[in-house]
Design a protein. Structure first.
Lengths: 425, 425
């Protein structure tokens, strides 16, 4: 059998070399058009392959599942069918799109029916998220934030290298790329004031993250190991964990971030499967001290994903303000999920687990304005001559990510969000 | 019109004076029997009134809704129909159960069809919980915990009296009363050790809480005031926020409780509506400093609910180890929900918002073992001669709650859970 990741594969659909969506990727998402209600599609080049249509034409009849799951407004039901089904569907889609396959390419009417231009489609939240956790797994980010919020001596707290620190976030306010975000209001207290005030946040920030979506349940009370964890991961998305630093500073003790985060988080619409990312596995940073046995994860558990953040002032061009790589994360996704389940907490289909801000070692690789401007003390200079300490109204934040190896680029597309002024209630 | 809360109402069903479920209560829940799949019922005395059956017999035909929403395994669809519908259904049920009404009581076959003994039914999770928040709104509890985890000088952090501190919890592991809980495993570090270890928690605790369930959405970006907030609350349940203190101590900095809580929380099965609690409104404690205008909530915003915790060792009698009252909470539910939405975070139907541990001023009114035994230093003596620092395997924790005024008792029933040994994976 030809593997769906084979770098020698080509599609009968012409795909630009800089596209994030070659035949080796085939991410899943939910799209609609004026004529098609929300349904499951696969990105290929500039197109979306409508899996609903393919199901209706019996292109999946050799796979043991009901292709009506493609006619749903979220991926959850499809994901819940299990890895053998996702994998078989992706392999079958790969086969149908290969340049030597004529099942679709030989039928011009069918091509018109099953291919939709991405530019003519609306993308939706890929999953309904029953539970959302945000980790804090970049050593550089945790050190930077700890230095600013506390002091350099106690920047990294004693537990940090023993377990992947995380907290539960708000699932209701996770939105798909393109959804505008209203600047949050909140209670803040200036260092030189005795009492707090309430109003629009003055320190609105983004956090560059990668999140994984689970595709398999665990029963309450049971745990999984890091070695088992990858079997529970369906795929990955880019994640902007919008943060209000002034609200966070005042509210976060002793129970952690709450309203500083829960006003919105944004995800990219295409879920890149772990299968598609397989060629881009790399070893993570060495972990000293060695994790306890239940968190031990030898082998290549990190993924080499180039990440960048662009900032676009209104009516101006976007410019890159950060670029880093997901491979630097101290704690791997496998360790994060094993940790989440280690107390018996049950994993559900569609859960979203975000990495925490991905920051590299150098300043240009920091994944938040907090770090890039060192809490506003070193404003960013933008090409239009303006400067930023934090995010201003009408700014758009864009995050992109892709892997590249042997001439093959497997990408995530982007997650973008424009900030609108706070709503005056 | 006769009000459903009228203390002079009596039902044609005989109800013991000590029952939590007189005709003035009429809480909603989800039940099943060997012959009836999960569906909506109302508790009345020792019985459950099957609303599915009443809907089929057109007893709700004057109310503008589809009574098929009673044939669902959770209350969410019913709740989503809005307060006018919940209220009209409760009023109609009250009418049908009154001792002067013969629509049901005059038809012995119908009585057999629509009444089920609670002892013969299985109760289920009343709602599917899309989002769960845990507040920290008892002044006494926050002071006690702060004293133990930090020190008496900084027990109450500077933000505590300015906003209802809270954090997001894990929704997946919320279970209904009666579901056994496995002791969680986790990473802990003894004060006299340099490195952490992994194993079953040695400091398993309960937290006595009351939680409210929302019945109305807000759009993302918008906020509600405390005065509007009560319109969004469907009803209340008892809530046991199981906690592993040794895991919590090690993990909770800087992002708050995570695995110390996410292994399980238990709720009572009957949702007591805010309408049924109306006669038990009282003024809350005076708030000094005065909250900022967006959290201001004059009037009677607290509820006078007697609460107690019983501990039952295996094969022994249960004994009361704590009794307190919900009316002492510093921050009201209305303020909690207004705070949650103040940054634009959207509220969803079925969300669960827990109060935080309800502790009174005296030791016997403390709502957790942590406080009752002062972190294990003053073990509880039980009637069977044994003592407890924390919860042992096979112990059952039972929480009860009720209001009482003018001879009318409106109660919650109970939330109970037995602790089983940790699962060895």
């Amino acid at each position: 059998m030809i593997r769906a990741n084979d770098p020698h594969l080509h599609s009968w659909i012409e795909i630009a070399p800089e596209s994030d969506f070659p035949i080796q990727n085939l991410p899943f998402g939910i799209f609609s058009t004026p004529d098609r209600d929300p349904r499951v599609g696969v990105a290929i080049g500039e197109y979306i392959l409508d899996l609903c249509v393919l199901g209706r034409h019996n292109f999946f009849e050799l796979i043991d599942f009901d292709p009506n799951v493609f006619h749903r407004p979220v991926l959850n039901d499809f994901i819940a069918m299990g890895k053998p089904v996702w994998r078989a569907v992706r392999n079958r889609v790969s086969e149908l799109l290969r340049n030597n396959n004529e099942e679709i390419s030989g039928d011009s009417e069918l091509i018109r029916e099953c291919l939709v231009l991405q530019s003519e489609a609306t993308m939706h939240m890929p999953v309904k998220v029953p539970n959302y956790t945000d980790f804090y797994s970049s050593l550089e980010h945790a050190t930077n934030v700890g230095t600013m919020f506390r002091d350099p001596e106690t920047a990294l707290l004693p537990n940090w290298k023993h377990l992947p620190v995380g907290y539960h976030g708000r699932a209701s306010s996770i939105v798909v790329s393109g959804t505008p975000i209203h600047r949050p209001k909140g209670q803040t207290k200036a260092a030189d004031q005795d009492t707090p005030t309430f109003g629009p946040s003055q320190q609105l920030d983004f956090e560059l993250e990668v999140a994984f979506i689970t595709g398999k349940e665990t029963p309450l009370g049971q745990s999984i190991t890091p070695y088992e964890a990858e079997e529970y991961i369906f795929g990955l998305v880019l994640f902007n964990d919008w943060s209000a630093r002034d609200i966070q500073t005042w509210e976060y003790v002793p129970l952690g971030p709450f309203l500083a985060k829960s006003f919105a988080s944004s995800v990219s619409p295409w879920v890149v499967t772990l299968d598609a990312l397989e060629p881009f596995r790399v070893k993570g940073p060495e972990q000293i001290p060695k994790p306890l046995p239940n968190l031990e994860a030898l082998g290549n558990r990190n993924y080499d994903i180039h990440l960048e953040v662009l900032l676009q002032p209104q009516h101006k061009a976007a410019s890159t303000i950060s670029h880093t790589n997901f491979k630097h994360m101290y704690w791997s996704m496998a360790q994060q999920l094993a940790h989440q389940s280690s107390n018996g907490c049950n994993i559900m289909v569609g859960d979203l687990y975000a990495s925490g801000t991905v920051s590299g070692a150098r300043q240009e690789a920091y994944g938040s304005m907090l770090e890039l401007t060192w809490r506003g003390t070193q404003p960013l200079q933008l090409p239009d001559g303006s400067e930023r300490q934090f995010i201003q109204d009408y700014d758009t934040v864009i995050m992109r990510g892709h892997c590249e190896l042997n001439g093959i680029r497997v990408g995530f597309g982007e997650v973008r969000g424009q900030v609108l002024p706070a709503i005056q209630h």
